[in-house]
Design a binder for this molecule. Structure first.
Ligand code: RB5
Length: 147
């Protein structure tokens, strides 16, 4: 998969660990930064990843900040982006099965590295279930389009 990944200063270490693991697993990883612990605004990096998913440059996006909240809020402002904030594998599984989430937000101050790795693994491996969920996603899209 082509995966865009981004973080703010609070998510730097976790993002680096996840990016290394994803590349080792054979994914094409596009790291939009940040690249240092200097304080930055999560919005800038969340938008960078969300745009890549929205525009089809990447299949999925992964965002890491302190809590994951700001990243999820930022990503969900973008047309076609369905960002899910998941700190456990069950949430990650259902975000894919039922919501066809295409962006995953994580909070580095909330979750440990091993659990984060497992959340990412499940989130990437789980397919969208379709069926009755298509109708709900179509309604989300309609809201996005101002209907
Ligand atoms: C940065 O201190 C923190 O606010 C940010 O990483 C994130 O948690 C925001 O949602």
């Amino acid at each position: 998969m082509r995966i865009a990944i981004g973080c703010d200063h609070a998510g730097l270490a976790l993002k680096a660990m996840l990016a290394t693991g994803l590349a080792a697993a054979g994914h094409a990883v596009e790291d939009v930064g940040t690249v240092s612990e200097a304080s930055v605004d999560y919005v800038d990096f969340g938008a960078g990843v969300a745009r890549m998913v929205r525009d089809g440059a990447c299949d999925r996006g992964i965002l890491v900040c302190g809590t994951g909240q700001g990243m999820a809020m930022t990503a969900n402002k973008h047309r076609g982006v369905r960002a899910s904030l998941c700190h456990d594998p069950v949430s990650a599984r259902f975000a894919r099965l039922h919501n066809d989430a295409n962006v995953l937000a994580l909070g580095a101050r909330i979750i440990g590295p091993e659990l984060a790795r497992e959340v990412v693994r499940v989130w990437l491996a789980t397919p969208y279930e379709g069926g009755r969920h298509d109708r709900r996603l179509a309604k989300l899209k309609a809201i996005e389009e101002g209907q």
